[in-house]
Design a protein around this ligand. Structure first.
Ligand SMILES: *[C@@H]1O[C@H](CO)[C@@H](O)[C@H](O)[C@H]1NC(C)=O
Ligand SMILES: *[C@@H]1O[C@H](CO)[C@@H](O)[C@H](O)[C@H]1NC(C)=O
Length: 323
């Protein structure tokens, strides 16, 4: 009898973003595993494992998104991990392109919960052996885990897009807040262009902050870069400030397109000519509601990270090279 080859890659699609799991699996040349969550009539999440996972290398693709369902998807991920432990998977990797609760990463006010750390604990207690994520809001979140965390970057994909679609001679990269200075400096450096940043200044406590531009954008095509766009208030405001200072045009590029509340309407009515985000979250349907939205595909980066992890190859190659 010929034994089956153990330790194959198994991609499990969570309900938060099945298209992304599909794209990753197709780039790896495999099918999605016959495994999936379902709902009992009392709203508990059930999980059915319809094929053997014994000794396999399992990757569960579940991103932090979903509005009202966001916490349900997190619970579903925990249950999926636990089900894979029960099914004797050899290694279980959570592929979480947009890490949920990433902004609750420190006690920035008295008695504020550090929920990013709670999520890390929950994932590990469930039996997660490894995490793949992308552009963590704060890279220190990696330290909340005792298991390895591969924090991938959308930067190589973003750089390629900028090189192919923008006139570098007239370009300036802008951070909408001081916190993103390192990110824009890195991009500007690789493109060999200048960068500027917008600094929020609060004259007195409880006073609405004033946005101050540091740098010269006169006559320039500005590209605002940030890790996520949520309500888009800051991005739209930043675009106005740049135009007031004589910028020629303003485009925003973000990794995670959360677009909660009336963000799309805001973008529609703003001075931003275009907003570009990745498909780390299911944003395809937003394109109809917002013609200014453009989506960059990062499934190849995730697929290549999975392939490298599976084969025991270095993942850091992906930090500087688009795939
Ligand atoms: C666009 O920018 C101009 C400043 O150049 C500002 O007067 C105007 O209110 C902005 N429009 C919107 C919709 O924000
Ligand atoms: C944005 O504008 C487009 C037309 O340019 C329109 O079809 C769409 O409904 C608008 N979206 C929102 C959210 O207002």
């Amino acid at each position: 009898m010929i034994p089956k080859t153990p330790n194959a890659i198994k991609i499990i699609a969570g309900n938060s973003h099945p298209e992304l799991a599909e794209q990753i699996a197709s780039k790896l040349g495999i099918d999605i595993a016959q495994v999936g969550a379902f709902q009992y009539s009392n709203q508990e999440t059930g999980f059915a494992v319809g094929e053997s996972l014994r000794d396999e290398d399992v990757y569960i693709v579940q991103t932090g998104c979903g509005g009202d369902s966001m916490n349900d998807y997190l619970m579903e991920l925990l249950i999926a991990i636990s089900a894979c432990v029960t099914a004797s998977a050899r290694r279980i990797t959570a592929v979480i392109p947009n890490y949920p609760y990433a902004r609750q990463d420190r006690k920035d006010k008295s008695r504020a919960p550090i929920t990013a750390k709670l999520v890390a604990n929950l994932l590990q207690v469930s039996g997660c052996d490894h995490v793949i994520t992308m552009d963590l809001h704060a890279s220190q979140i990696q330290g909340f885990f005792n298991v390895p965390v591969d924090n991938l970057y959308a930067e190589p994909t973003v750089l390629r897009h900028i090189r192919e679609n923008f006139d570098l001679d007239n370009l300036i990269i802008v951070s909408p807040d001081a916190g993103g200075a390192k990110r824009v400096a890195s991009i500007a450096d690789k493109l060999d262009v200048n960068f500027a940043l917008i600094h929020k200044e609060r004259a007195k406590a409880n006073e609405v902050s004033r946005m101050v531009l540091v740098g010269d954008v006169e006559g320039k095509d500005c590209v605002l870069v940030d890790d996520m766009a949520d309500t888009c208030g800051t991005l739209c405001k930043a675009a106005d400030i740049l135009l007031e200072h004589g910028a020629k045009s303003v485009v925003a590029i973000v990794t995670h397109g959360i677009f909660s509340s009336n963000a799309l309407e805001r973008i529609n009515n703003s001075n931003l000519t275009q907003v570009i985000c990745t498909n780390s979250m299911p944003v395809e349907s937003f394109k109809e509601k917002c013609p200014k939205l453009e989506v960059l595909d990062i499934s190849a980066t995730l697929a290549e990270a999975i392939r490298r992890l599976h084969n025991g190859e270095s993942v850091s190659y992906l930090f500087n090279n688009p795939v």
